[in-house]
Design a protein around this ligand. Structure first.
Ligand code: PGA
Length: 255
């Protein structure tokens, strides 16, 4: 199955507008030259406008890190899919930090994924087990449930699975410098995520959906992940703020 690789940089709550401008202008030339890979950067909401104008004319795409599911209304502090879609093609949803610190449930994630689809956004839906769940041998149950509940009821209008992206991010690997082994990550995608996608959408659609790995990906280890048959790219946190690393990662995913 030929799935186009995708590398997305999740800047998290980092970068003022001035910092963002500086980082993007340093990164764009190196990223531009990489072909055969979808390149996405996800700055904080406050920097989306500035970054989107810097990316004009480039082939680098923009993503948000979160959004609410309602289109508008009295939801103080929230950002709607319509607002995100003004600047972005992608939106990260259900990141473990959102689940852990802001109480997002699988049901919330599902509402957001549905809203993203209905506004033409490609969601990057994060799933992954905690250290406790990993050590308690519950990875399969947890990840299977997150995929099934997070993506329940989704309909692909154009029959194209490439606009849904799943990111497998074991929580114990995020920001810890301790990545999963590429083989273990591949196995979770092959044995849990892909079968859950098959149950939800049927065989042919399930194999069109891209699955990324995330958790301590850097310029050194990225290639080994991308060599795995079930890993179609990476969701990168810390290393997406480092120009050399991020270009190295993107380059490893490129043709
Ligand atoms: P990390 O974060 O690359 O810093 O581990 C990944 C993520 O949270 O998406």
């Amino acid at each position: 199955m030929n799935r186009k690789p995708l590398v997305a940089g999740n800047w998290k709550m980092n970068m003022t507008v001035a910092d963002a401008r500086h980082l993007v202008s340093e990164m764009v030339p190196g990223l531009q030259s990489k072909v055969g890979v979808d390149k996405v950067i996800c700055p904080p909401h406050t920097a989306l406008l500035a970054v989107s104008s810097l990316l004009e004319g480039s082939d680098i795409l923009l993503g948000a890190q979160n959004m609410y599911w309602e289109s508008s209304g009295a939801y103080t502090g929230e950002i709607s899919p319509i607002m995100v879609a003004e600047y972005c093609e992608f939106v990260i949803l259900g990141h473990s930090e959102r689940r852990a610190y802001f109480g997002e449930t699988d049901k919330d994630v599902n509402r957001k994924v549905q809203a993203a689809f209905s506004h033409g956004l490609s969601p990057i839906v994060c799933v992954g087990e905690s250290l406790e769940e990993y050590e308690g041998d519950r990875t399969y149950d947890v990840v299977f449930r997150q995929v099934k509940m997070g993506l329940d009821g989704l309909e692909f209008e154009d029959g194209d699975g490439s606009n849904l992206i799943v990111a497998y991010e074991p929580i114990w690997c995020i920001g810890t410098g301790r990545a999963a082994t590429p083989e273990d990550a591949n196995k979770v995608v092959a044995d849990v995520i892909r079968p859950a996608l098959v149950e939800l959408f049927g065989e042919s659609m399930a194999y069109k959906i891209r699955v990324l790995y995330g958790g301590s990906v850097n310029g050194e280890n990225a290639r080994e992940f991308f060599e795995q048959p079930e890993i179609d790219g990476a969701l990168v946190g810390g290393a997406s703020l480092k120009v050399t690393d991020y270009i190295q990662i993107t380059s490893a995913a490129a043709n």
